[in-house]
Design a protein around this ligand. Structure first.
Ligand SMILES: Nc1ncnc2c1ncn2[C@@H]1O[C@H](COP(=O)(O)OP(=O)(O)OP(=O)(O)O)[C@@H](O)[C@H]1O
Length: 273
């Protein structure tokens, strides 16, 4: 079963009508796949994730999600389909004065009645579940903190804890590591991958850290200038391809790390999925 099928998909941002952010993409993604999206700044990674989350309507081409064509559905049918998708944006829009427990439990709002949702604002309905989700990102001690007292990295992990509580079957994560140190980066990617594997969800994660993309993800989709530069199993990604992808850009990873054989930094290469 396919989670996504894109054919000749072109996406333009409102106000940038002349310039497409994504040009004629063709992509098939099977249920349960784990994919890293890489590419230089402005390549189109966020736009692709927003399009897959049905937050951005394509200008042309076709997009199927879970076998249906979302933009041909009624508004309410598309809303129901969105419950199967979870987008964790780069900068999570968490209400600043809210407590972490409430912000995390908000992931369950679509499943709750209005009455239960309102009641949970005053007395969190299932703080134990929120604590467990936060603990998997090493953040259990922040359960009752206010969101605006969290650091940037803690906010990001708080948003990812929401993902664990959502029932989504496609997990779309935009640069989850930008504010995290190396140990937390690995913990975060491992937690996301374990969760996706356990529920057989599809995981698509954009990353600036090429070495972590190669170390954690079996399939690498590289974007440049809104086009797919390559779409390969990580074993087939060469240092030359990475160098070409980031040519003319300041790479996120130091040149020394990019210039080495990617397989050399992959613990148990080929063992994923
Ligand atoms: N809201 C917007 N309005 C107009 N153009 C936009 C908008 N958002 C992004 N773009 C443009 O679309 C293209 C793709 O941007 P996108 O944010 O998807 O790239 P990215 O690969 O995620 O970049 P980064 O790694 O810097 O986050 C860029 O040329 C960008 O300038």
């Amino acid at each position: 079963m396919l989670t996504y099928q894109l054919q000749e998909l072109t996406v333009r941002h409102p106000g940038a009508a002349q310039q497409a952010a994504l040009h004629s993409l063709n992509l098939s993604i099977a249920q349960g796949e784990q994919i890293a999206l890489i590419g230089p700044s402005g390549a189109g990674k966020t736009t692709l994730l927003a399009t897959l989350a049905l937050a951005q309507q394509p200008a042309s081409g076709s997009l199927q999600a879970f076998g249906v064509t979302p933009w041909q559905l009624s508004h309410s049918e598309r809303h129901r389909l969105r419950a199967q998708l979870f987008l964790a944006p780069q900068t999570p829009p968490l209400p600043p004065r809210q407590r972490v427990v409430t912000a995390v439990l908000a992931a369950r709002l679509p499943q709750w009645s209005l009455w239960r949702a309102l009641a949970s604002l005053f007395k969190p309905a299932d703080p134990e579940a929120a604590w467990q989700a936060l603990s998997r990102f090493n953040l259990g001690d922040k359960l009752y903190s206010r969101v605006d007292r969290l650091s940037g990295g803690e906010r990001q992990r708080c948003a990812l804890a929401r993902l664990l509580l959502s029932p989504a079957q496609a997990l779309l994560v935009d640069e989850p590591l930008s504010a995290l140190d190396p140990a937390l980066s690995s913990l975060t990617l491992n937690t996301l991958r374990d969760e996706a594997r356990q529920r057989n969800a599809t995981l698509i994660c954009s990353l600036h850290q090429v070495e972590l993309a190669l170390a954690h993800f079996p399939r690498i989709v590289a974007l440049r200038d809104g086009r797919i530069a390559f779409d390969l199993p990580r074993e087939q990604v060469t240092p030359a391809m990475i160098a070409t992808l980031y040519q003319g850009e300041v790479p996120a990873a130091p040149a020394a790390e990019i210039a080495i054989d990617p397989l050399a930094v992959i613990p148990g290469a080929g063992a994923c999925l």
